[in-house]
Ligand binder design. Structure first.
Ligand SMILES: Nc1ncnc2c1ncn2[C@@H]1O[C@H](COP(=O)(O)OP(=O)(O)OP(=O)(O)O)[C@@H](O)[C@H]1O
Ligand SMILES: [Mg+2]
Length: 247
């Protein structure tokens, strides 16, 4: 579904934020993309979603080259960015209707689709309220609704549960599972909550200082580090610390 080869980003100041990254996300994955602050996760997501041009390397989504087919690919993918501005004066319905229109959803279908996604993220009751009055949790839900309004095959969620209370985190996690199982959406997610990642993801990649340090099926990965770390049943957190702290 997503194939990134030698993906590299050198920013204008010369800093290499992403360094020859190889990623392979399969159809149906809930793929966790992990790494310490500044590891290059958001930079990678911005490249994978066509918002930032890679300095080197290439990206294929659904077999298509991202650079060549960027307009086409944007219909396939949805994104909840790390930081995003909302139009505070709009209601949830108005906000989603705007994006439905931008994605070219026919006028007669828009209303139904907007209602559908509001229901899916549990915002139906709040759809008539101005976004400026939404709590953080409600904004994250709205951001997810925006990411899926055009029925993409893949969504990128950059820290979807950041700053949410425990119930809010659980709610978003169950929305993510539902999108994956019931709506067959492939999910690429970043989070610093490693427990959350090990509960919802099937595969992960761990990056450190722009470099891929590990990728694989979570259960296989944990097994593989038993002896190396010297722990009977290592947690994802233990493996993460081992990989991101070693020289
Ligand atoms: N426009 C830019 N110019 C120069 N350096 C940048 C720019 N944007 C980001 N960086 C640097 O690139 C590195 C990776 O940043 P990025 O935001 O991708 O990390 P991240 O893994 O998403 O971190 P976090 O977990 O804190 O969100 C950081 O060192 C950051 O300072
Ligand atoms: Mg980030």
């Amino acid at each position: 579904m997503i194939l990134a080869e030698k993906l590299t980003k050198r920013y204008d100041n010369g800093f290499i934020a992403v360094n020859e990254l190889q990623l392979h996300v399969k159809k149906g994955d809930i793929y966790g993309f992990l790494g310490p602050n500044g590891a290059g996760k958001t930079t990678t997501i911005r490249m994978l979603t066509g918002l930032l041009t890679p300095s080197e390397g290439n990206i294929r989504i659904n077999g298509m080259d991202l650079q060549e087919h960027v307009t086409n690919i944007k219909q396939y993918i949805g994104v909840l960015p790390e930081s995003h501005g909302y139009y505070d004066w709009m209601t949830g319905t108005e906000y989603l209707t705007l994006f439905a229109e931008l994605y070219g959803i026919a006028k007669e279908k828009r209303k139904l689709r907007v209602a559908e996604v509001l229901e899916l993220v549990g915002l139906y009751d709040k759809s008539h309220i101005a976004v400026g009055q939404y709590s953080r949790g409600m904004r994250q839900r709205l951001g997810i609704a925006k990411a899926i309004v055009h029925e993409p095959a893949i969504i990128f969620l950059d820290e979807p549960t950041l700053g949410l209370d425990p119930q809010g985190q659980k709610d978003i996690q169950s929305i993510i599972r539902d999108l994956n199982t019931r709506h067959q959406i492939t999910i690429f997610i970043t989070s610093h909550l490693l427990k959350e990642i090990s509960e919802i993801c099937n595969r992960v990649a761990i990056v450190n200082r722009g470099k891929l340090v590990e990728e694989g099926e979570i259960s296989t990965l944990l097994q593989g580090y038993r002896e190396i770390i010297g722990v009977e049943n290592p947690t994802l957190e233990e493996v993460f610390f081992y990989l991101t702290n070693k020289k």
